[in-house]
Write a protein that binds this ligand. Structure first.
Ligand code: APR
Ligand code: PHB
Length: 397
């Protein structure tokens, strides 16, 4: 017999989406439980992107999660675009009336929210197994799982939030799902290196041998990416080859990439994926459970956090004021933002990567587009507005 309990919101997944949702609901006085099948250590160590839109930063600050981000995060007022051996600066602050982005790793956000939730006495069940959701079309859906010590538990909820990422169990519970998908014929090889960044802002470089991105994590640690073939075995990339390729793709007279010990190396596939509706009955999807973007432009984390800002407000209206209008609008509200980011990340990806077999016609189109965004104020403004966050959200206290 399972041990039964009761809460208002059952959350599947302790990634950024599930964690922030639990935190925001807590601010509204709504009780939740998070059930996560990985360990806390695993969730806190997973390497992901690390770029926050200005609006995301402001939301995190306004809900009491800004302390370490403000101390350790790095504000950037623009980016560099490099192509044909020239590096061009886009100044977001002057283009957009002061907007910026902040470099602060997703792993750090995850650590900050876990610490805040545990300090507030919230229940997070790490290392759960056999996680299942049932009864989503009734008004008492059930979240069931085996806890870390193997005890079967069943939590009766008002609603369930599926924040369980792309491979989770919640999305398949939505019938008649429409799925829109694109895979890209390349991957990113990402490294973390103990090397002080050689640049003050991120460099997106289109080179005829492939794309490269120079990002960073701190004044001592650089994060760099190289376009590689899809499913590239990591073994093909000894450290020396990585540095040589980075030097080549970022080459500029009088400048070079500062090298250091590589502490992490991984290959990430690139895809766009949007599934809707993001709600069925009393089940709501948020974050990677419903949509994936390619990493160019770093929208994934920002979208996941935006979803749960919208969801928290909708659940407050539903559970505190018995008004389900915002819940009814939830999927459309989120998908509007998701599609804008899907277009932007697809566009950035297509402009900067060299597809296998791409011909001279395609190269000329990419170069023309790059020349346009680095010479037309209107085109640069469009990039800057999308990059730093179109239609920033607020959390209504
Ligand atoms: N039961 C419980 N937890 C699960 C299950 C399951 N069956 N399946 C997956 N999970 C957990 C995963 O272990 C993970 O911790 O759900 C969590 C989902 O977290 P993320 O994948 O980080 O997704 P999300 O919170 O939506 O954040 C999106 O992650 O992939 C990046 O670029 C993306 O930055 C974006 C962010
Ligand atoms: C990162 O720092 O990991 C990062 C930054 C910008 C991107 C993608 C990834 O476009």
């Amino acid at each position: 017999m399972a041990v039964t309990s009761r809460t208002q919101v059952g959350i599947v997944g302790a990634g950024p989406a599930g964690l922030l949702l639990s935190h925001l609901l807590g601010l509204y006085g709504i009780e939740s439980i998070i059930v996560e099948n990985r360990s806390r250590a695993y969730c806190e160590a997973r390497q992901r992107a690390g770029l926050l839109e200005a609006g995301t930063v402001e939301v995190l600050r306004s809900v009491g999660l800004g302390k370490r981000m403000d101390a350790e995060g790095m504000e950037h007022g623009g980016i560099y675009l490099q192509f044909e051996g020239e590096r061009h600066h886009l100044d977001f602050r002057s283009l957009t009336n002061g907007r910026w982005v902040t470099i602060y790793a997703q792993t750090e956000i995850v650590k900050d929210i876990i610490a805040a939730r545990l300090a507030a006495g919230a229940q997070i069940e790490f290392s759960a197994s056999e996680v299942a959701v049932s009864g989503v079309t009734s008004d008492r859906p059930v979240l069931s799982y085996l806890d870390e010590s193997g005890v079967a538990r069943e939590v009766s909820c008002d609603v369930i939030a599926g924040c369980d990422g792309f491979h989770g169990i919640c999305r398949p519970l939505i019938p008649n799902l429409s799925v829109y998908e694109r895979t890209y014929p390349y991957s990113w090889l990402g490294i973390l290196a103990d090397a002080a960044p050689s640049t003050d802002e991120l460099i997106y470089s289109r080179h005829h041998d492939g794309f490269a991105l120079y990002s960073m994590r701190s004044p001592e640690v650089s994060r760099l990416y190289l376009q590689v073939p899809p499913d590239e075995p990591i073994g093909n990339w000894p450290d020396d080859r990585i540095w040589a390729e980075l030097q080549k793709r970022f080459a500029l007279d009088g400048w070079s990439v500062g090298e250091g010990a590589i502490t992490d190396k991984s290959v990430t596939a690139m895809r766009s994926f949007v599934a809707g509706p993001m709600r069925h009955g009393r089940l709501f999807l948020a974050g990677d459970a419903a949509h994936i973007v390619p990493p160019t432009g770093a929208k994934g984390l920002n979208l996941a956090l935006s979803d749960v800002v919208v969801l928290a407000a909708a659940l407050r209206a539903a559970l505190v004021s018995q008004s389900w209008e915002l819940a009814d609008a939830y999927s459309d509200t989120c998908l509007d933002r998701v599609w804008r980011a899907t277009h932007f990340s697809w566009w950035m990806t297509s402009m900067l990567h060299v597809a296998p077999g791409a011909d001279a016609f395609e190269s000329q189109l990419q170069l023309s587009q790059l020349r346009y965004v680095t010479s037309s104020r209107a085109a640069a403004l469009s990039l800057a507005e999308n990059y730093s966050g179109y239609k920033p959200l607020r959390f209504e206290h």
